[in-house]
Design a protein around this ligand. Structure first.
Ligand SMILES: NC(=O)c1ccc[n+]([C@@H]2O[C@H](COP(=O)([O-])OP(=O)(O)OC[C@H]3O[C@@H](n4cnc5c(N)ncnc54)[C@H](OP(=O)(O)O)[C@@H]3O)[C@@H](O)[C@H]2O)c1
Length: 249
């Protein structure tokens, strides 16, 4: 099994909060140098920070090129997301919101892959981790823009995985089995909402550390569903439940 013998250098786009922050922290705890790319600074001084706004394509391209220019890159993760203000049917979603979701959830991913994939291949084997969602399998009534952009993002990374040799670049997608209590989700909930049933971002830490250690040697092309206890399984062992529709009775 592949083990990283040199200290890894890794990038987490959307690593300032939520699941991306948990992945960045888990990677840093392995001894990796981790650079978070986001609009706001992560709350951990051990993480490097590059200020980017994914809705600024030219600035994003410049910033990501700088990360690659400054040293080797062994791993990258894309966790950035624009959920939208609130759940609403397609007929009530403004075009500006749809375009923002496309920019952050999909175009930013494309620009990240375009900027870093050559560097990851040079690190052979490099690792690219995409943070995915159950909406990819279930669609998303009440969040159509989120579902459409996440589905396209998953397909983009599936295509990349099929193009790449596992010797050079492993592509792995990870997703939670249920809702996760993150700042992005909290912005859409009432102040008195009960998050007792929600997963915590830290559930992603064991898988993130394992993927960096092995560089996804067994998981190239897979989608891994993370459970509340931090364990994971391939999506091929069972699709995650919809978090949009009422459970079937
Ligand atoms: N939470 C859940 O229940 C859940 C369920 C399924 C899948 N997911 C997936 O998990 C991933 C992370 O979600 P999360 O809930 O952890 O979200 P979150 O806490 O809102 O974090 C989103 C990240 O994206 C960054 N971001 C957003 N807009 C940006 C922009 N314009 N430019 C640069 N960075 C930007 C944010 O940084 P700044 O604000 O600092 O820019 C932050 O680091 C997403 O891919 C989501 O689809 C989450």
């Amino acid at each position: 099994m592949t083990q990283i013998s040199e200290p890894a250098r890794a990038l987490v786009v959307g690593g300032s909060t939520g699941i991306g922050r948990a992945i960045a922290g888990a990677w840093a705890e392995t001894g990796a140098e981790v650079i978070v790319a986001s609009r706001s600074r992560p709350d951990d001084a051990a993480l490097g920070w590059l200020q980017i706004d994914l809705s600024d394509p030219a600035g994003t391209r410049r910033a990501l090129a700088e990360v690659v220019r400054q040293g080797p890159l062994h791993a990258a993760c894309y966790s950035a997301v624009h959920y939208g203000d609130k759940r609403a049917p397609l007929r009530d979603v403004a075009e500006s919101e749809w375009l923002h979701q496309l920019e952050v959830n999909l175009n930013g991913l494309w620009r990240t892959v375009a900027a870093v994939s050559a560097a990851l291949r040079e690190a052979a084997p490099g690792l690219f981790v995409g943070v995915s969602s159950e909406v990819v399998y279930n669609a998303g009534p009440g969040r159509p823009g989120y579902a459409a952009t996440k589905s396209a993002a998953a397909s983009l990374l599936d295509s990349l995985a099929q193009e790449e040799s596992a010797e050079a670049l492993r592509v792995v997608q990870v997703l939670p089995s249920g809702m996760v209590d993150t700042p992005g989700i909290r912005r859409r909930r009432p102040a008195d909402f009960d998050y007792g049933e929600y997963m915590r971002p830290a559930c992603f830490a064991p898988l993130a550390a394992e993927l960096l250690r092995t560089r996804g040697t067994e998981q190239h092309g897979d989608h891994l569903v993370v459970q509340p206890d931090g364990s994971w399984r391939s999506v091929h062992a069972g699709l995650p439940e919809s978090q949009s529709r009422e459970p079937a009775t």
